[in-house]
Design a protein around this ligand. Sequence first.
Ligand code: BG6
Length: 487
Amino acid sequence: MNADATPQALDIVIFGGTGDLAFRKLLPALYMAHLHDRLPASTRIVGIGRQAWGRDAYLRFIEEKSVEFIESEAWSQADWQRFMARLDYVDLDVTQAAAYGKLQQALSPDALRVFYLATAPDLFAQICAQLHVIGLVDDHARVVVEKPLGTDLASARAINAEIARYFREDQIYRIDHYLGKETVQNLMVLRFGNAIFEPLWRAPSIRGVQITVAEAVGVGSRAGFYDGAGALRDMVQNHLLQLLCIVAMEPPISLNPDDVRDEKLKVLRSLRTMDLADIKRDTVRGQYSAGVSEGAAVPGYLQEADVPAHSQTETFVALRAHIDNARWANVPFFLRTGKRLQKRQSEIIIEFTEQPFSIFGKSPSLQPNRLIISLQPEESIQLAMMVKEPGSGMNLHPVRLSLDLQETSSKRRADAYERLLMDVIKGRLTHFMRRDELEAAWRWIDPILAGWQTLDEKPRHYAAGSWGPAASSALMARENLTWFEES
Ligand code: BG6
């Protein structure tokens, strides 16, 4: 199958077809692709689940669960019915080799096959092995693997090695949905499509970089998974480090997957490994306690369903990272993520260095230039600058040059999963993680996890609805900086 060609016939098989990811993200994304005629005409989608359901029961379940995750303007019963005509269900216990025959019968022999593994990662190896045994892994097959890919470097390596026994690297799509977000992809265009930024995009012109992925939601019904993971594994190892890579990488020689991924890998390899002293000084673990979130009283993490009474899992992380290369020497990168923070807000702030000398004296309004790249809830790029306040004096006034990305084009903006699923169908690997990249990210995370254990670093409590533990502000204050929402 040629890369970047839309196949004629396509079978998408979703393992974990009755799970959260399937009905919240994957099927709504596929519905949108269907609605906008982006799916090949003969696309079929096969959900795999353990429930002994027939096709009708599955369709009813999906309709009931997925509808709320589809924008209301995009929903129509008639279109949904046409979409559902593409859907099938195979009940299959993936741990039983004998059961896979059913799947073989349900698929077309000549179609491109996309296997989406949205199950627990400890099932990945078995599933790949069985697909191989029944002859479904050939040049027409691609596999998409969801995070978490492992819980540390050793387990990630083991999973990667198992998948690699059956699929070539160019058939493996390790998904990080942050790489599918419009603004994240736009960041590459901003950096490499505009000449003005490149000379300034480095030390010493940049004083510091902040990357925040704040969520207002709590752990919800996911404690079973989340309590064993925590925010460092769930968010920093993947989403935040991927954002850091895109901010920090050198211009790739082309947009070909390996050229982009080579550059991201170099960034990950340049991250300074933290020793115990660094971990103690430069990382903050937090856990939310009861508070008020978006106007409503909410319980603390320990009171959430299925969370063990004395859990020490972190729901918040802030840390200072360093990239030891020529471009970024001595520029701190501050990463922060947490659940039950004051609001949903994901952004990247590039803070430029101050004027070496100000002819305006010590004006209290004088602020550094900042590039503010907002990912969510709104997508925008703003450049904070100083202008003169109207009037007779030479008073300074901060303003923002603002690029509202919604307004720059009337084109529909697909959501991250739709965009990435279309990339899989078209064979485009650029926005997926390569094996060595994923392993390099774990190599940097592992010592932090181990250090927290050695230091017996307990999470600091923060009230739900706040911006996290006070120690997170202190981390910035040491550098004479503040988190952006505090400035
Ligand atoms: C997932 C994490 O990868 O990303 C979740 O497992 C988190 O815990 C989610 O809520 C956040 O994604 P988004 O796109 O809503 O910012």
